[in-house]
Ligand binder design. Structure first.
Ligand SMILES: *Cc1c(COP(=O)(O)O)cnc(C)c1O
Length: 340
């Protein structure tokens, strides 16, 4: 293991030894290459630079108390990347190549997988870009798929805790029939300004309403939303939110716990009826929400009286983390042991 102060890591980039790459040329995917260069040589007219042909994914490798290293639901990430590829006219990367490359890059950089005790993990970032030159608006003919890894700190430095969020109306992240359902960088470009304003005002993140009616809850900049009431897990159904694998897993666990699960439109007013609420995604699993402010109407929706995470969010969080770290039974077969 590298001599790194694992418990002091933040969510930032740190170089590791290797990345893996696979290129698409002449209508087919090539051999998997191992690379130690952090840079890519790119044509200045590449479509990823001009027309946003860029897709990414995010997942993690966990060093577990039993000494093994596990990754969580990587086939789901492969499937979502394929959906993104269809969405922005890129060739689909087959699941077997994706899985082989994830295993390879984790094994090659195993000295960078943080200790279990630190709470830090190895973040895995797959990236697919259109690389060939094009001046007219058309998809590229050549593509590069890269996966790099970087150790990242625990999301909750002082333990699992709540954060305030804010609803924004002056900005949309994605249109109802736009690219919100795909994991593309363009959605993030569209969210940077609202995200900056939310941070400036002291909120953890901005919340979007549906872009058409501004009536229903959509998602945060980079995480899905859920609310809990009457033993029911409620999460938005929308054509502009990214299908989170964490959310999908939490819905399954809620069902396993005997809760009802509802995926439907959530009018903003309904926020007042939730006992608990959270943002969910790979980075934090669950980021429990203390309150959501609607600055335009002056309303504050409270989800925690004492500022602590609620019992249902806590139970879901602990159980999902337990599966990821191999300490809870993985009855749905969600994890893959990458290093024995
Ligand atoms: C990646 C992402 C999420 C979370 O998805 P997970 O698969 O749970 O990590 C949620 N919203 C957006 C916009 C995202 O890009």
């Amino acid at each position: 293991m590298k001599d790194i102060a694992w418990s002091e890591l933040s969510f930032g980039y740190m170089p590791t030894d290797y990345n893996v790459r696979c290129c698409y040329r002449n209508g087919k995917w090539g051999e998997i290459e191992v690379c130690s260069d952090e840079y890519i040589k790119l044509h200045m007219a590449a479509t990823c630079l001009h027309y946003g042909q860029e897709a990414f994914e995010g997942l993690k490798a966990y060093r577990c108390p039993d000494g093994k290293v596990r990754v969580f639901r990587m086939e789901e990430n492969a499937a979502r990347l394929q959906s993104t590829c269809r969405g922005i006219m890129m060739p689909e990367l087959p699941t077997d190549i994706f899985v082989e490359m994830v295993k390879k890059v984790v094994r090659l950089n195993q000295e960078y997988i943080p200790t279990y005790e630190s709470g830090a993990t190895l973040y895995i970032r797959p990236l697919l870009i259109g690389t060939s030159a094009q001046v007219g608006v058309r998809p590229a003919e050549e593509y590069m798929f890269i996966i790099f890894v970087t150790p990242v700190g625990p999301y909750f430095k002082g333990g699992f805790s709540t954060n305030p969020y804010v609803i924004v109306r002056d900005y949309d992240r994605s249109a109802p029939l736009g690219t919100g359902i795909y994991k593309v960088g363009g959605n993030y470009a569209a969210s940077l300004r609202a995200n900056h304003l939310a941070h400036e005002k002291g909120y953890a993140c901005e919340f979007y309403l549906d872009a058409k009616e501004k009536k229903y809850m959509d998602e945060c900049g980079a995480a899905n939303f859920f609310g809990i009431k009457n033993n029911t897990y409620v999460t938005p159904k929308s054509t502009s939110i990214l299908p989170s694998i964490t959310n999908k897993s939490l819905m399954q666990l809620a069902e396993d716990f005997g809760m009802k699960v509802e995926r439907r439109q959530i009018p903003e007013e309904e926020l007042a009826t939730f006992e608990e609420a959270g943002a969910c995604g790979t980075a934090a699993v669950i980021s429990p929400i203390s309150y959501i402010d609607d600055i335009d109407t002056g309303q504050r929706f409270m989800f925690s009286e004492d500022g602590k995470p609620g019992p249902v969010s806590t139970k879901l969080y602990n159980h999902l983390r337990g599966i990821q770290y191999g300490t809870e039974e993985d009855k749905h077969g969600w994890t893959t042991v990458v290093i024995e």
